[in-house]
Write a protein that binds this ligand. Structure first.
Ligand code: ATP
Length: 353
């Protein structure tokens, strides 16, 4: 049986029983309770993809005019790149779309010979559809070596007649210019907090999550525009607690509470060196804080402090240096004392005329 003859064996991940029910959710999602929410609430149609209306509208036009170019989606994690291309595939091929696409991830063997062979087989051995082309999705393409990308460029050209490529990555500058120029680029920006909130509200209602207002605020802050992160935190908290407030959100993610950060930074600014150091050490042990978390929190809190411009520049520059040292294996203890020293010098720079 050629793939083009029948889609009888294709399984639409959205069971028909789940279609057309519910109020708040525009499209219905699978009822499989075991699924992670990121999958359960993955956008089904292009309309479900929030925030990137300019991108989805352009793609709709490409489809309507049957002029789909090769695509390059880039942007930070959890912003809807994979969801968009899957919704697009469903829009083009219908529920049997899985058979019309080839998805290759970084975890698959991506030696260029393997890729070439897979693509060749996919492009050549399947019957062509009236739609005219098949879709190959290369996810996490920024993990491909330069050599593999160079070979890919030839492959793209070779199969342009009946295959469209969608290249997905986080860092577009890691994709060779030759490939970039063969694709239409779309940037997926971090999702605005209001859009994450709308979507989260839908899930909260559907799953009957008990989340306080300060809990929601903390969740949105920690999501940083990454919907996957927001959904994962929400699901973890829902599983772990009957009622989720700010404290549970921070406990669940291992992030320090803003009030703890405030106490620590204020101590570094005004207490004796040894008193502040003792407080940091105690809190690090009791709350299981890592210096990296403390640094991030201190950086955010420092934005609210009233500092002279040159003192602020000094502080930010040195926070960045400590972060760099930490990431290259610097000792936690030494860098903690360095952090303390940085805050002390900042105070001095601010109070000096
Ligand atoms: N724009 C969006 N609209 C609706 N849901 C979204 C959006 N972006 C992300 N999500 C949710 O987050 C999950 C992860 O999204 P997706 O896999 O599309 O992200 P991605 O941009 O491809 O991330 P990565 O770069 O890590 O692969 C989806 O299953 C979906 O539930």
């Amino acid at each position: 049986m050629s793939d083009g003859e029948s889609n009888a064996m294709d399984v639409d991940p959205i069971p028909s029983s789940a279609k057309g029910k519910g109020k708040a959710v525009t499209t219905q999602y699978t009822e499989d309770e075991t699924l992670p929410w990121v999958e359960k609430y993955r956008p089904v149609t292009l309309d479900d993809v929030v925030s990137h209306k300019d991108i989805t509208t352009t793609i709709e036009k490409f489809i309507e005019k049957n002029r789909l170019p090769h695509l390059l989606f880039y942007g930070p994690p959890g912003t809807g790149k994979t969801s968009t291309i899957l919704a697009m595939a469903r829009r083009i091929y219908g529920s049997g779309y899985r058979k019309q696409i080839l998805e290759l991830n970084a975890s698959d063997d991506r030696g260029i010979d393997v890729v070439r062979e897979q693509i060749k087989q996919f492009a050549e051995t399947r019957t062509l559809f009236s739609k005219g082309f098949k879709l190959i999705i290369l996810d996490e393409a920024d993990m491909m070596t330069q050599a593999a990308q160079a070979a890919l460029r030839r492959v793209i050209e070779q199969y342009t007649k009946n295959v469209r490529f969608c290249i997905i990555c986080n860092y577009v500058n890691k994709i060779t210019p030759a490939i970039q120029s063969r694709c239409t680029r779309f940037r997926f920006a971090p999702l605005p907090i209001t859009e994450v909130e709308k979507r989260i509200n839908t899930v909260i209602e559907a799953e009957q999550v008990k989340l306080t207002e300060d809990g929601k605020k903390a969740l949105l802050k920690l999501s940083k525009g990454d919907m996957r992160r927001a959904l994962n935190i929400l699901q973890a908290c829902h599983a772990a607690y009957d009622m989720t407030s700010e404290t549970e959100i921070y406990a669940c993610t291992g992030n320090p509470l803003p009030s703890d950060i405030e106490t620590l930074v204020n101590s570094m600014l005004s207490d004796e060196f040894s008193t502040a150091f003792k407080l940091i050490s105690t809190m690090k042990t009791e709350r299981g804080l890592a210096l990296q978390d403390l640094l991030t929190g201190a950086y955010e809190y420092a934005e609210t402090l009233d500092l002279k411009p040159h003192a602020r520049v000094y502080l930010l520059d040195n926070l960045a240096t400590i972060e760099y040292r930490l990431s290259t294996g610097g000792s936690e203890k030494l860098q903690t004392t360095a952090l303390l020293g940085v805050f002390k010098n900042t105070v001095e720079l601010t109070t000096r005329n």
